[in-house]
Design a protein around this ligand. Structure first.
Ligand SMILES: Nc1ncnc2c1ncn2[C@@H]1O[C@H](COP(=O)(O)OP(=O)(O)OP(=O)(O)O)[C@@H](O)[C@H]1O
Ligand SMILES: CC(C)(CO)[C@@H](O)C(=O)[O-]
Ligand code: BAL
Length: 360
């Protein structure tokens, strides 16, 4: 049987699948597949070799949040695949599809730096070091053979909707977002056939909705149980959740961006004291308003606009009633928010209650 590397052609330190020797790709020590067919050839050999495949879907512009998902996958799977695809269907026509950061050469470099040393049973065995196995980098045409319009009314072809779970929180502000995400992730799962898949808590509604999708569509690659959610990685000193869109922030914007997490933390503290939902959220809103005043007094060149702060059931996503307290809820609650810092929309969340019911 051919080894994994035998199906690639080596040229210097660049390794690309034989079937795709494009000059438009940057040099990469990690094999890059740009078509589903070529990826499937690799996937078949992984299947024959009975290897488990961990999958980390991304839109690129990698940071330590993504890399934490990669490291978890490396630790839990024989092979790890990372996809980079900026999915037009999840961007509304007025959103930032055109300007979304695209940093492929740096992404490849960062990914290649990640490794996991498999613990060995005996001192004689040489330690096995795992690194990412492949990057799946499809074109828009590859992912949307029927074409794709960002305007839902103009779309033709097959789309996936998770009804009842995409209208709250993020879905209220971005009504077509989860349709786009559910559609592309279904396609990615079909193409990549992962044993395990890894998503970040920063986009918690997305990850829980995708578990629902895996359950409703009876997926086996991955099963809902094998769709994992990894805690949000934050800037150590400010608490700001890492996000590709943070690169849009001006210096003044970077200074105030940790505000969203601070406001959520204040609401969490109030909730833990037994204070009701409406009052918890009011305390968080007060923190934001206070900062708006400070910004004005200090003459900082930055505009803040709160989109929402909400509390929703972590399974059904129904919004909590104003009078509810921690005593009225047995199951975990998502405390989440979105804040515009100038035109950059930042999101964040904290799980209230038993997070281990969700975070696995
Ligand atoms: N700070 C983070 N901690 C943990 N996971 C994260 C973090 N940021 C992103 N992820 C996860 O990485 C995966 C890919 O996310 P994506 O490529 O959209 O990056 P992003 O930083 O979330 O970008 P954006 O700025 O567009 O929200 C998602 O599952 C997302 O939840
Ligand atoms: C899951 C995802 C890769 C689908 O495009 C995207 O929404 C993201 O990066 O969170
Ligand atoms: N991380 C979520 C991707 C998006 O906002 O489009």
């Amino acid at each position: 049987m051919m080894s994994f590397l035998q199906i690639f052609h080596r040229r210097g330190h660049r390794i690309v699948p034989r079937r795709f020797m494009s000059t438009s790709l940057p040099p990469s020590p990690i094999p890059i597949f740009t078509t589903v067919d070529s990826y499937r050839e690799w996937r078949r050999s992984a299947l024959d070799a009975k290897k488990t495949v961990g999958f980390v879907p991304t839109m690129g512009a990698l940071h330590d949040g993504h890399l934490t998902l990669v490291r978890r996958s490396l630790a839990e799977n024989d092979l790890t695949v990372l996809s980079i695809f900026v999915n037009p269907a999840q961007f509304a026509p007025h959103e930032d599809l055109a300007t979304y950061p695209r940093t492929l050469p740096r992404d490849i470099e960062l990914l290649f730096q990640q490794s996991y040393t498999v613990p060995t049973q005996t001192a004689e065995n040489a330690p096995q070091i795992r690194k990412a196995s492949t990057i799946f980098l499809p074109s828009v045409e590859e992912m949307y053979p029927s074409g794709i319009s960002q305007t839902v009314a103009d779309q033709k072809g097959t789309f996936v909707e998770v009804k009842g779970y995409g209208e709250q929180m993020e879905g209220k502000s971005r009504p077509t977002f989860f349709r786009g995400v559910a559609t592309v992730v279904t396609k990615l799962f079909n193409a990549v056939e992962p044993t395990h898949a890894y998503f970040g808590q920063k986009d918690l509604q997305q990850a829980i909705l995708l578990r629902r999708l895996a359950s409703d569509l009876l997926l086996s690659h991955p099963t809902p149980r094998n769709l994992h959610i990894v805690p949000t990685v934050r800037d150590q000193s400010s608490g700001l959740a890492l996000s590709s869109r943070n690169t849009y922030l001006s210096p003044a914007g970077q200074q105030v961006a940790p505000l969203l997490f601070s406001a959520l933390t204040v609401a969490q503290e109030a909730w833990d004291l037994g204070i009701n939902k409406a009052a918890c959220i009011q305390r968080a809103v007060n923190i934001i308003n206070q900062k708006k005043n400070e910004v004005q007094v200090q003459g900082l060149d930055v505009k803040l606009k709160l989109d929402y702060i909400q509390m929703n059931d972590a399974n059904e996503f129904d919004e909590l009633g104003a009078e509810e307290t921690r005593n009225s809820r047995e199951r975990p609650v998502i405390l989440s928010g979105a804040l515009y810092v100038d035109s950059t929309r930042l999101i964040d969340n904290i799980i209230l209650g038993n997070a281990s019911e969700i975070m696995y």
